[in-house]
Design a protein around this ligand. Sequence first.
Ligand code: ATP
Length: 269
Amino acid sequence: KLLAEVIPPGEVGIGFGDIGALDNVKSTLREVVMLPLKRPELFMRGQLTKPTKGVLLFGPPGTGKTMLAKAVASESGANFISVGPSSLGSKWFGEAEKYVKALFTLAHKIAPCVIFVDEVDSLLGRRDKSGEHEAMRKMKTEFMAAWDGLRTNQYDRVLVLAATNRPGDLDEAVVRRMPRRLMVDLPDAANRAKILKVILKEEQLAPGFNAEEVASLTDGYSGSDLKNLCIAAAYRPIRDFLAAENAAGPSDLEVSTPAAAPAAADLSG
Ligand code: ATP
């Protein structure tokens, strides 16, 4: 069994073009992560440009942190190893040393490689948290030691990219290992419009559909909320069609809106 999911660059299926807004985060990622992965020789001239070995993406849920991490790997031609709380369970428990070493050894073998740690607060949260299991503590120590090992060879094209909704829960020693911390915040109206356009780029839209208008009605929505809203709206014509068909005669087919979709706005114009 694999301890984490490994995705080759050609199979990630997400590029920066699929991510709306977040222009500043994307450009910083290009400079501090992607370029050093692709052209490490450019960064060998001095101490100040040594490639970073840790980048933290933090911000509210559903704002595109996972998408960004995947896009970084695919656009820089790097392999992507995803380590999440789900790969932590029994496989890691009690065998921390072995698995963490295997993870970093694998990353080196398949370099260039991005090790993505989703919900990093669950994996590398504060050590003083009450009730912390001894095995968990050992795993953290191992992880940090292996991470420090990355710094001995600055140009080996392996780095840790981590994401969290709760940066305040992170161990300080972990935060120190991620000198670049990028906030991935909820979008404002202009950015919601950009995200809507990306989500809807291959859809048939009602005449007169206006992304800016929907953006102005969705204050507080994350990219993920906007996606769910669009899914809910996309079901509307199907529902209308079935209703018309039902009116014409009985039918046993029913379509319902996905449970997760917020129902605040109507995209059908
Ligand atoms: P979490 O913190 O809950 O893990 P996250 O920040 O990692 O969330 P993602 O998993 O990257 O968020 O985003 C969830 C989904 O929301 C994506 O699969 C995508 O469909 C949509 N989404 C979020 N942000 C954007 C965006 N900026 N552009 C386009 N789609 C987006």
